[in-house]
Design a protein around this ligand. Structure first.
Ligand SMILES: Cc1cc2nc3c(=O)[nH]c(=O)nc-3n(C[C@H](O)[C@H](O)[C@H](O)COP(=O)(O)OP(=O)(O)OC[C@H]3O[C@@H](n4cnc5c(N)ncnc54)[C@H](O)[C@@H]3O)c2cc1C
Length: 482
């Protein structure tokens, strides 16, 4: 019979967090096997390689990965440089995927379909934790099963975009018009320019992806007459996407919001707030977009040529259909993480340190990490994932002191209760601490401190901030960050 400890640890996904996990496994003397559905590592980042990230290199490189790379003569880029997603791939992830220690165990073009346990369906219990995991993988030679002693699921969410429909399911007609809809961040001013030049494009969403695409379209409109931009958001609290401004711990992220606000103020785009998309209809070569207002009245956006859905992403939960997993009912994050990351409360880009204990599931030996661990919550940063996998791997290696010594030092957005959102939208009425905050004077922690100085509760204890019983509000969590 196969001994569990003789088997490798399966890492699902070779994005930044999956490769970091593999590096930590290697460093701890555990054998990884990595499955990546793309033909190169970092396939999700590759879809937005033109986008400049807002976290500088100092936050983007995992420590174990750096050591592995440096062993092979790699030199890290300057800490304060801001790479594009493509530069992150070319200067860090691609070299990392090619170090002999990882290249030998990395299976590119291998898509994981399901994970289960050998000889056990979901219902059967006795002896379950001693059974190897079975990873069903579709590779170049067809489907095959691989055995593993533990599973680190770092498949992200980006390959599973949310639909345009405001109800969480596709708008009527959305599937039929898929050839005119791009999900995510197409390179509208670069490689895919010809699809958008001289066209009327609707961008849907109110996160950083929407912001980036709107600004790129504005750049295109400057040089190509006839290019016009429509922006639709489900809510009307745009202060959230306008962001932390100069108070943002990541200046590039603050700038993005400020530039978007300036674009909105310039009147160079047609804005529809409170637009809840329900249907897309085609006629005379153009798309008519139908939405509901919160009061039930219908509203229509006419003559749209193309649509960019910047509506966020959700985890693929089919992968673990046969596993005993516990997710938060609405975020679809690992359950214990939800109160730490709920975008309804977490605003300052701060998340309490968390590690293997919060990431564990009832299925012993299975961990979802990285962007997937956050489910539909958009406020994930690579640095968080690196600390997650350090803790998870230490626990798999039996070093519980290291596994429990979780530390996380993240930059703030500087906005109280504003989503650190690549996607998604504000919901009316879920603001706290007095609404819009786009400069340092109205930033969360400044405001919180000011409230406390006056003997008031401050934002961290405001009822509006704490719909969840286990809430840890923004500024409270800042204080806890070492
Ligand atoms: C536009 C944009 C800008 C961002 N900017 C920043 C930033 O500046 N700083 C920051 O820290 N974070 C940023 N993020 C967040 C970013 O998503 C994460 O930090 C990071 O990419 C998450 O890494 P990950 O490894 O968890 O997931 P991903 O990068 O999504 O990697 C998942 C990997 O799993 C693979 N995969 C998926 N399904 C399967 C399967 N079934 N089988 C096998 N392989 C599979 C994918 O191909 C992919 O390679 C940004 C995100 C977006 C969308």
């Amino acid at each position: 019979m196969v001994q569990l400890n003789d088997l490798p640890v399966a890492v699902l996904g070779a994005g930044p967090v999956g490769l970091a996990a593999a590096s930590h496994l290697f460093q701890c003397g555990l054998r990884p096997i990595i499955f990546e559905r793309g033909l190169e590592a970092g396939a999700n980042l590759n879809t937005y390689r033109h986008v400049r990230l807002f976290s500088p290199w100092q936050y983007n490189i995992d420590k174990a990965a750096r050591q592995l790379l440096e062993r092979h003569g790699w030199r890290a880029p300057a800490e304060d440089g801001l790479p594009t997603a493509g530069e992150l791939l070319d200067s860090y992830l691609a070299p990392l995927s090619k170090v002999p220690e990882l290249a030998g165990v990395l299976k590119l073009g291998h898509k994981v379909i399901q994970v289960t346990r050998q000889g056990f369906d979901k219902v059967k219990s006795r002896g379950r934790e001693l059974a190897p995991f079975v990873i069903r993988v579709a590779g170049p030679d067809g489907e095959a099963d691989y055995l593993a002693r533990a599973v680190i699921d770092a498949t992200g969410t980006w390959s599973n975009p949310n639909p345009l429909g405001a109800n969480g399911i596709p708008a009527l007609g959305e599937k039929e018009l898929h050839d005119r809809i791009a999900y995510g961040m197409p390179d509208v001013a670069g490689g895919q320019r010809s699809d958008y030049a001289g066209k009327r494009t609707l961008v849907v969403g109110a996160g950083h992806s929407a912001a980036g695409t709107l600004l790129a379209l504005a750049e295109l409109a400057e040089s190509v007459p006839g290019t016009s931009i429509v922006w639709a958001t489900r809510g009307d609290q745009l202060a959230r996407v306008f962001g932390g401004g100069e108070a943002d711990g990541l200046p590039a992220r603050g700038q993005l919001g400020l530039r978007l606000k300036a674009l909105r103020d310039s009147g160079k785009l047609e804005l529809h707030t409170n637009f809840r998309m329900v249907a897309l209809q085609e006629g005379a070569g153009a798309i008519t977009v139908v939405g509901d207002k919160p009061d039930g009245q219908q509203q229509v956006i006419n003559e749209v040529d193309r649509i960019v859905a910047a509506t966020g992403a959700r985890p693929n939960l089919d992968l673990t259909r046969e596993m005993r997993v516990r997710h938060d009912p609405w975020l679809e994050s690992t359950d214990a993480l939800a109160p730490l990351i709920d975008p309804n409360e977490h605003s300052c880009g701060t998340v309490r340190p968390h590690g293997h204990r919060e990431l564990a599931h009832p299925e012993a030996g299975y961990y979802a990490v990285g962007a997937k661990s956050y489910g539909r919550a958009p406020n994930f940063l690579m640095a968080t994932g690196y600390e997650q996998v350090r803790s998870v791997v230490a626990s798999l290696a039996g070093d519980m002191a290291a596994a429990d010594d979780v530390q996380l030092d993240l930059p703030e957005t500087g906005v109280c209760n504003t989503r650190l959102a690549y996607e998604g939208e504000a919901e009316p009425g879920d603001g706290c601490c007095g609404g819009p905050a786009i400069d340092a004077s109205t930033a969360c922690c400044a405001l919180d401190e000011a409230e406390k100085a006056k003997g008031q509760a401050g934002c961290s204890t405001s009822a509006a901030c704490s719909p969840r019983p286990k809430a840890s509000a923004c500024c409270a969590s800042v204080a806890e960050v070492p």
